[in-house]
Design a protein. Structure first.
Length: 135
């Protein structure tokens, strides 16, 4: 089971692809998502052992240069984050619905992880900048 997740967010698709390539060559991690997002940004999300994710994200940051918007490493990610990113969560009942919105996609995952750890809630979906004007 993966214990860590990391992400870089860039303002250049070309640099994002290059950074992702370098991240994967640096450490043994798996790609959760690596894709262009609105408006002209690129995100790369990796998962794996804590040390591998930290090394991979450090490389991504180093090669991103001026194009880096945000990044994070969550060493003990909540198990509900992965299915929410891939939109494979099924609601387990009815109740209240909360919606979070942010310009930083990296901050959104960090906030969702904190919410899942702090309260008895379920993450249904994390839409990371695709078709939402970059939010």
């Amino acid at each position: 089971m993966y214990r860590a997740i990391g992400m870089i967010e860039l303002t250049s698709v070309a640099r994002g692809i290059y950074a992702t390539d370098q991240m994967l060559k640096t450490a043994y991690v798996d790609v959760v998502s690596a894709t262009p997002v609105c408006p002209g940004k690129y995100i790369a999300i990796v998962q794996g052992d804590v040390a591998a994710v930290e090394s991979s994200i450090s490389t991504g940051i180093a090669v991103s240069g001026e194009y880096l918007v945000d990044s994070f490493v969550l060493p003990n990610v909540h198990e509900g984050i992965f299915p929410a990113i891939t939109a494979t969560t099924m609601p387990d009942g009815t109740g209240a619905l909360g919606i979070m919105e942010s310009f930083s996609m990296a901050s959104m995952i960090t906030a969702a992880d904190a919410a899942l750890k702090a309260a008895d809630v379920q993450a249904l979906e994390l839409r990371l900048g695709s078709g939402l004007g970059g939010k």
